[in-house]
Design a protein around this ligand. Structure first.
Ligand code: SF4
Length: 431
């Protein structure tokens, strides 16, 4: 890799909605909890196992959301805290040790075990970090045991990934003192997208780019003061903080959603590593052209359509930027559960001036504003989609934005299609 040069932000982080007022709301919320992250994380880290320490409700949530795997051995399960545990009649730690021992004896392919806390484990103040250290000592070096919380108290569903990756950071090896500067991409991406980005970085002259989370427990990337990292997802505040505490530096960039976001995200890396803009232009030209062709078809359907975002995935602001700038959609309200001003600075600068932004949720008030705005499409959580459809609104489940590969040039068309499809379906139903 080339020597690193001082970091500059590729997108200007001013203008647009940089200083726009944000409507802050606190009230009833309609969101999934952080356990949901297990559904995509267990596919990503192929030798990890997620053991939720929770109730039957938690078990039902992930089983119904992930689908019960009949043919393969699942890599998640729930250790159920029952009434005896809640009443303090049983030693939960002893039971947990028994469950983990049985699991790891039966499943020797597991190399990384996450004990995932839940609302019930938090209510009984079960110290999962002590349990994880105890079990890690017992099962190392074959298995590393870590813990994080997926509880739904005051969190939203994408924070499960943030908590999981932040728990991994202390286990990352340190870079050696003479190691050249390196680039780390942070945030779970579909394997196909990760492979595309890895190829692009190689072609751009950025060799040895690593990804967090890795696909296998033994592939943990090293981190240190020479590490520069790009966030691939906007919901990784704790992970970014943990990496910064290890000396790594975040490259400020918009997120790689849509052709523009992908270009600016890649260019933040090439500029930080001193790669000439001509190289960037030449290598990314085919990808940009493919994305432009794919988006042109969708723009015909989407231009001028009005979209309203309920706060749910924390992807709302980058997606709104993409819909507005690349598909000419109009933004009525863009709600996000948390608005991380620093991580979203480049995104906010690209949003059209005057966009209504809201943070947090007061579902009743937001429903009223949505009804008043009469948008063509509403992006919301599953809990709100059916009632809104019943009222005649066209909806898009925000959770699909997390489950579908949407990052990068070759997925820009698929991302647009997530919005075209429900609108076309509504048109056909009305015909
Ligand atoms: S962690 Fe909390 S919110 Fe999530 S399923 Fe369990 S009880 Fe429900």
């Amino acid at each position: 890799m080339s020597p690193v040069i001082p970091i500059t932000s590729v997108a200007s982080a001013s203008g647009g909605c940089s200083d726009a007022p944000v409507l802050r709301e606190r009230g009833q919320r309609e969101v999934f909890c952080g356990l949901t992250g297990i559904i995509w994380l267990h596919r990503k880290i192929q030798d990890a196992f997620f053991l939720v320490v929770g109730s039957r409700t938690c078990a039902h949530l992930i089983q119904s959301a992930a689908g019960v795997m009949i043919f393969a051995e699942p890599r998640f399960a729930t250790a159920i805290i029952d009434e005896r545990d809640l009443a303090g009649l049983a030693d939960v730690n002893e039971e947990l040790d028994r469950v983990v021992t049985r699991l790891l004896t039966r499943r020797p392919e597991i190399k990384l075990l996450f004990l995932v806390g839940s609302c019930p484990s938090e209510v009984i103040k079960l110290d999962l970090s002590r349990a994880a250290s105890r079990l890690s000592r017992h099962f190392s070096p074959e298995v590393r045991v870590l813990n994080y919380s997926g509880s739904g108290i005051e969190t939203t569903f994408t924070q499960g990934e943030d908590a999981c990756l932040a728990a991994l950071v202390p286990s990352l090896p340190a870079t050696s003192a003479d190691a050249p500067p390196s680039l780390l991409v942070v945030g779970a991406l579909a394997d196909v997208v990760e492979d595309q980005f890895a190829r692009l970085f190689e072609q751009l002259g950025l060799h040895g780019v690593r990804f967090l989370p890795p696909r296998h427990a033994h592939e943990l990337p090293a981190v240190g003061p020479d590490t520069r990292f790009l966030l691939a997802q906007p919901f990784l505040a704790d992970t970014a903080r943990a990496l910064e505490e290890r000396g790594a530096q975040r490259l400020a960039a918009p997120f790689p959603l849509g052709a523009e976001g992908t270009s600016r995200w890649l260019q933040a890396a090439t500029r930080a590593f001193g790669i000439a803009d001509e190289v960037f232009e030449r290598i990314t030209a085919p990808g940009r052209a493919r994305a432009a062709a794919a988006l042109a078809r969708h723009r015909l359907q989407l231009a001028g359509k009005r979209v309203f975002f309920f706060p749910d995935s924390q992807l709302e602001i980058p997606i709104a930027r993409f819909l507005s700038r690349e598909l000419d959609m109009q933004l009525t309200e863009v709600g996000s559960p948390y608005l991380h001003r620093q991580h979203l600075a480049e995104e906010l600068a690209l949003l059209p001036e005057g966009t209504t932004l809201s943070e947090g949720q007061h579902v009743e008030k937001q429903l009223d504003r949505c009804r008043a705005a009469q948008p063509d499409i509403v992006v919301c959580g599953l809990g709100l989609a059916n009632p809104l459809e019943a009222e005649g609104f066209t909806t898009k489940w925000s959770i699909e934005l997390v489950f579908t590969p949407i990052h990068g040039y070759d997925q820009a068309g698929d991302l647009a299609e997530l919005f075209t499809r429900p609108l076309l379906r509504r048109t056909k139903l009305a015909a």
